[in-house]
Design a protein around this ligand. Structure first.
Ligand code: 1SY
Lengths: 185, 185
């Protein structure tokens, strides 16, 4: 069950490290850039996008041009497993609503789903396209369970499951993210 | 089978990206620092340490004080899954032999094994200490199979499996790395 291990790895090797420091990083970012964006502390969370088809572009703009990169949060630097000063950082985006009004948030795709996608493309990996969808759901459920029990990560994340409607609507992604942000405000 | 997914993730999310550029990075490092270290192109590989007990310190010096950090190779910067300008780099170490002569190489532990270790410490992860050892071997075998078939990674890595003698000998790690380096020269 590939997704079980990938969810644990995402938690242990990334979320557990970065989520506890996220509020500080957002605070420093706003101060450094003298910004009044991200005014609602309720949305000071890492919004994690989980597309059911595991198809993940490297730039959010390629999924929806209403999503635009603003800047990176200050990085966390940590010695990890012999790699000195490994860098971890998240990106801030502005999301335009249908009227062109921008909302800001820290958002990214769940990187391990790229592994699932590429495994399904490689016949020697033993993961079919049908299995892949099931594994995305298992990843989502496992991650949800882990994060709910995690004291370090409480209230610092939002998991956003995305179904395939996105293929029809060029602004599906921005609308889905805005639904979440509007619940947070 | 957690290790199967972790091996694919290590390949797809890291080795496939960094190994093809490794020779260039070592070349630039030697040029920038005007160094004659790393004189044997045969050792221009990423030496990947796989301890059977999955116990991985974040600093190699903590495992063996004959292993010393020299510097980081130039970084690779890549947009990944919505994180802009994510940084990837490897560390160069000098390894002292029993006579105090230094040999240099690019080396690190296989980071995903830290996930296995921490999962075995967390009762909700469903991985016992006995399973963990088996999973390390499965990780090693899966990674070996993937890398042997990978055109992009050919000859750019060395997998070094480490058993537990390390607990007895404070210079076990340096000796094991030197055995590999001496075969390469
Ligand atoms: N968004 C995001 N930003 C990050 O900085 C980051 N770092 C890790 N991860 C994801 O968390 C999980 C745990 O990471 P781990 O380091 O144990 O495994 C990593 C690690 O063994 C190796 N790797 C990736 N990036 C680096 C790196 N910069 N240096 C060394 N090793 C790396 O390849 C594995 C897979 O990486 P990703 O496929 O990017 O996803 C990882 C993984 O799902 C990240 N996700």
């Amino acid at each position: 069950n590939v997704a079980h291990g990938l969810a644990w790895s995402f938690y242990i090797g990334y979320l557990k490290l970065v989520l506890p420091k996220l509020e500080d990083m957002i605070d420093r970012y706003r101060t450094q850039h003298k910004l009044s964006i991200l005014g609602h502390r309720d949305s000071w969370r890492l919004h994690i996008l989980l597309p059911l088809n595991a198809f993940i572009p490297d730039k959010l703009e390629d999924a929806d041009n209403h999503v635009n990169f603003c800047g990176n949060l200050p990085e966390i630097i940590k010695d990890r497993a012999g790699v000195r000063r490994r860098s971890y950082k998240q990106s801030v985006y502005s999301i335009l609503d249908q009227l062109g009004k921008p909302y800001h948030c820290v958002v990214e795709y769940a990187t391990p789903l790229q592994t699932l996608y590429q495994m399904s493309q490689d016949s020697s990996a033993g993961l079919s396209m049908e299995d892949r969808r099931q594994q995305v759901l298992l990843f989502y459920q496992t991650l949800q369970d882990i994060l709910e029990k995690s004291v370090e990560c409480r209230n610092r994340y939002r998991l956003i499951l995305l179904d395939d409607e996105g293929d029809q609507d060029p602004h599906f992604l921005s609308k889905e993210i805005l639904k979440e942000l509007q619940q947070e405000e």
